[in-house]
Write a protein that binds this ligand. Structure first.
Ligand SMILES: N[C@@H](CCC(=O)N[C@@H](CS)C(=O)NCC(=O)O)C(=O)O
Length: 216
């Protein structure tokens, strides 16, 4: 049975959606984007229709090969297992562990603390310092880790899942006005990544749902 073109449920500014958009671009997987606006209509992620796809009420979700997958890292690992070229996980188990450590540090240790639903709970006036504290605490650790794992990219000289997490998280840091001066390794890798075609086409400023004033 033909499953049709993959459909990515995405929001232009969502860092987790951007991770998956980069993976799709790097692996050259033809797909459609279905925008889910996280604030319009009270948040389209809360609609019954979307909850049937992802009961966590979060983007991204990817419909592919007859299944729907939520959780960006699970999606990326599925793409890696079914479409292994180019690889996003190194062969060497120690390097793979480093890639997963950095990915989890960002995906579990930073992003959830500054996600929309959490920011709503802390209240308007506390949002900026709260988000900055979460990002700074994570970046302090990440900068030290990268000093021993990084080459051109987060782990050695090959783009990996860790880089797919890094660039979107740096964009969040900039959005929350975090001073990046104390993070030269993070900043250097981010700059190198943003020059790559897959990171450019998947960037929040070039999505079908990017508002006109934020388009590049
Ligand atoms: N662990 C999930 C997190 C997904 C997530 O937090 N998505 C955010 C956007 S980056 C979201 O949909 N937020 C909606 C909300 O908080 O209501 C993943 O990696 O996919």
């Amino acid at each position: 049975m033909q499953a049709g073109k993959p459909i990515l449920y995405s929001y232009f500014r969502s860092s987790c959606s951007w991770r998956v958009r980069i993976a799709l671009a790097l692996k050259g997987i033809d797909h459609e984007i279905m925008p889910i606006h996280l604030t319009k209509d009270g948040g389209q992620q809360f609609s019954e229709e979307f909850q049937a796809l992802n009961p966590m009420k979060q983007v991204p979700a990817l419909k592919i090969d007859g299944i729907t997958i939520g959780q960006s890292l699970a999606i990326i690992e599925y793409l890696e297992e079914t479409r292994p070229t180019p690889p996003l996980l190194p062969q060497d188990p120690k390097k793979r562990a480093s890639v997963r450590m950095i990915s989890d540090l960002i995906a579990a240790g930073i992003q959830p603390l500054q996600n929309l639903s959490v920011l709503k709970e802390v209240g308007q006036e506390n949002q900026l310092p709260w988000a900055q504290k979460a990002i700074i605490s994570g970046f302090d650790a990440l900068e030290r880790i990268l000093q021993s794992t990084a080459g051109k990219y987060c782990v050695g000289d090959q783009v990996s899942m860790a880089d797919l997490c890094l660039a979107p998280q740096v964009a969040n840091a900039e959005r929350f006005k975090v001073d990046l001066t104390p993070y030269p390794t993070i900043s250097r890798i981010n700059k190198t990544l943003l020059a790559l075609e897959a990171f450019r086409v998947s960037h929040p400023c070039r999505q079908p749902d990017t508002p006109a004033e934020l388009r590049a």
